[in-house]
Design a protein around this ligand. Structure first.
Ligand SMILES: *[C@@H]1O[C@H](CO)[C@@H](O)[C@H](O)[C@H]1NC(C)=O
Ligand SMILES: *[C@@H]1O[C@H](CO)[C@@H](O)[C@H](O)[C@H]1NC(C)=O
Ligand SMILES: *[C@@H]1O[C@H](CO)[C@@H](O)[C@H](O)[C@H]1NC(C)=O
Ligand SMILES: *[C@@H]1O[C@H](CO)[C@@H](O)[C@H](O)[C@H]1NC(C)=O
Ligand SMILES: *[C@@H]1O[C@H](CO)[C@@H](O)[C@H](O)[C@H]1NC(C)=O
Length: 501
């Protein structure tokens, strides 16, 4: 168990001992630039992600301009919303948030008009590739669109902010009420659990896409929202929400973009009807971007679901950097899942349970290798020694202590299937709990979603044994537990001390 108590000194030794991030990786472990003859679409998409997909992040970011949601967003709760934020050259901003009662964002409840000032500060220590920011709020106003929404929030106000309700004014939908005024030193936003901490972490990405009109896509990532509502107000983001896109340089076609762009608090965007694809998991799915998880983890996923016998297999590719170029380790997992049932709590979502009963680990850099190599014999794979690029089965040892993986492991999940703007199916799996734990009981089931996976093959094909290590896929389940996140975090902090950027 010694490795459990490996603290700062131990990791310092690890980091100084090697050039942590410069470890060459055997190139045959990954899809190279050459043409691959099996599953071209899935392989192509993964390779594209590894190429960085011609994405560059801009430091320091210039976020001036108008930024919009490209669809109906789901926040933990669930809350359904669309956003339209404008940042002015003088650091002032105006953010509009439109809240809805339905997962298509067709029935507006109320909107918030948030005005304030924001100042970008230094590059984040914790979340590589992100910039920290300070903000202050000048005014927050609320406009209701239905009598019900108004009564509900008014009742809450009456409990937490009596002065706000008893102003003697009659309440009416369509009228703007000031919830917060810096000048008047009044703040009644707590009744809504409202916070704008998302503005304290910023990342701007530019992507050049030949098939897009204009060729340029600009995405603004703002800080994530804690999955536990009671933590929300105190939580300082270290991951991101789904990005906003520039009103000038967004994905095409995007009918919704125009609707949101042209909306204001008096005319909330009402998103168009969309055909809902059936909630079938079957097929192969890959990440559509390098994903950032809170507590500093970068990864891409490749999952295969066999609808006929409800088994699944997946690969999680873990990286040290926000463009997913520097490999750290890969997890391959397999298991089964239950039949999905429509979620009562999260409209539009489907609930099921995933079980992982087999996991394989491939260390891909010296830090992970050392960590695995230090683990107690029999606590993480039977062989007792690890090598870079060599996959080892950790099923026989019931998982891996040092990675915080216990097997078998069941997670209570949520998913939805949607379509991207080219009509391709997208799979949204549930957001992981922000505290790094796993949704191992039904009451921890997610109420919001991770970034979507794109379908790259609708017909599951038999994985070829010979090419297993290249058949990149990683499941959604056996994520490292808090202790491991803490270790990873430490590695990143060390990295920043050694290489300030
Ligand atoms: C606010 O609450 C008090 C009791 O707590 C109640 O008497 C009053 O009618 C409420 N006012 C409104 C506007 O709901
Ligand atoms: C605010 O959070 C509390 C839990 O901390 C919850 O009971 C309450 O319903 C939330 N209010 C709103 C408006 O979501
Ligand atoms: C969506 O379709 C329903 C009927 O299926 C219709 O009643 C509704 O008006 C449509 N909404 C929009 C925004 O087109
Ligand atoms: C489930 O089905 C897939 C494809 O149909 C097959 O490759 C796999 O071996 C099956 N798994 C089990 C446990 O039967
Ligand atoms: C891993 O452990 C084995 C034996 O336990 C040792 O021979 C090998 O050098 C170690 N490798 C590293 C990178 O520590």
């Amino acid at each position: 168990m010694a490795q459990r108590y490996c603290t700062l000194g131990c990791f310092l030794a690890l980091v100084y001992g090697d050039k942590l991030w410069d470890v060459p990786v055997p190139s045959d472990q990954f899809p190279g630039p050459g043409k691959l003859t099996w599953e071209p679409e899935c392989q192509y998409q993964l390779r594209h992600l590894q190429d960085g997909a011609r994405i560059s992040s801009v430091l320091p970011p210039n976020i001036e301009g108008h930024w919009i949601s490209t669809g109906c967003e789901v926040r933990p709760g669930p809350e359904f919303l669309t956003r339209s934020y404008t940042f002015y050259p003088n650091r002032l901003f105006k953010a509009l948030q439109f809240y809805y009662s339905d997962p298509q964002c067709q029935r507006p409840l109320y909107s918030l008009v948030i005005k304030g000032k924001m100042r970008l500060r230094q590059a984040s220590w914790i979340t590589r590739g992100a910039t920290e920011a300070d903000y202050s709020l000048h005014k927050v106003g609320i406009v209701f669109y239905t009598q019900d929404a108004m009564s509900n929030i008014r009742a809450q106000m009456n409990r937490t902010c009596v002065g706000f309700v008893s102003t003697g004014r009659t309440w009416a939908p369509g009228r703007l009420y000031e919830l917060l005024s810096a000048k008047a030193d009044r703040d009644c936003t707590a009744a809504l659990n409202f916070t704008m901490h998302e503005l304290s972490l910023v990342r701007l990405e530019k992507q050049y896409i030949s098939e897009e009109k204009g060729g340029l896509l600009e995405k603004l990532y703002l800080g994530d929202i804690h999955t536990e509502i009671s933590e929300r107000i105190h939580y300082r983001p270290n991951g991101f929400q789904q990005p906003l896109q520039s009103a000038l340089h967004h994905t095409h076609p995007c009918h919704v973009c125009n609707l949101i762009y042209n909306s204001d608090e008096h005319q909330p965007p009402i998103l168009p009807n969309t055909t809902e694809p059936p909630a079938h998991l079957g097929g192969k799915w890959v990440s559509s971007q390098c994903e950032v998880r809170p507590a500093v983890l970068f990864l891409t996923r490749y999952l295969t679901f066999h609808g006929d016998n409800r088994t699944w297999e997946g690969f999680y590719y873990h990286y040290a950097d926000p463009l997913c170029k520097q490999h750290t380790f890969t997890l391959r997992a397999a298991g089964y899942y239950t039949k999905g049932v429509p979620s009562k709590h999260v409209k539009g979502g489907t609930e099921l349970a995933f079980t992982v009963n087999q996991v394989w680990v491939t260390p891909l850099n010296q830090a992970t290798l050392r960590m695995l190599n230090m683990s107690r014999l029999g606590s993480c794979g039977t062989s007792g020694s690890w090598a870079i690029g060599e996959e080892q089965d950790i099923t026989a040892t019931g998982g891996c202590d040092v990675l915080g993986i216990r097997l078998p492991h069941t997670e209570y999940e949520l998913f939805k299937i949607a379509q991207d703007n080219h009509g391709r199916p997208l799979l949204y799996l549930g957001e992981r709990p922000t505290d790094g734990s796993s949704p191992s009981t039904p009451n921890k089931r997610p109420t919001s979603y991770q970034p979507p996976l794109t379908q790259c093959s609708s017909e599951p094909t038999r994985p070829s044994k010979q090419h297993q290590s290249m058949d990149l896929a990683l499941d959604s389940a056996p994520l490292p537990q808090p202790q491991f996140w803490a270790l990873l975090m430490l590695m990143f902090i060390m990295l920043h001390i050694l290489r300030p950027n």
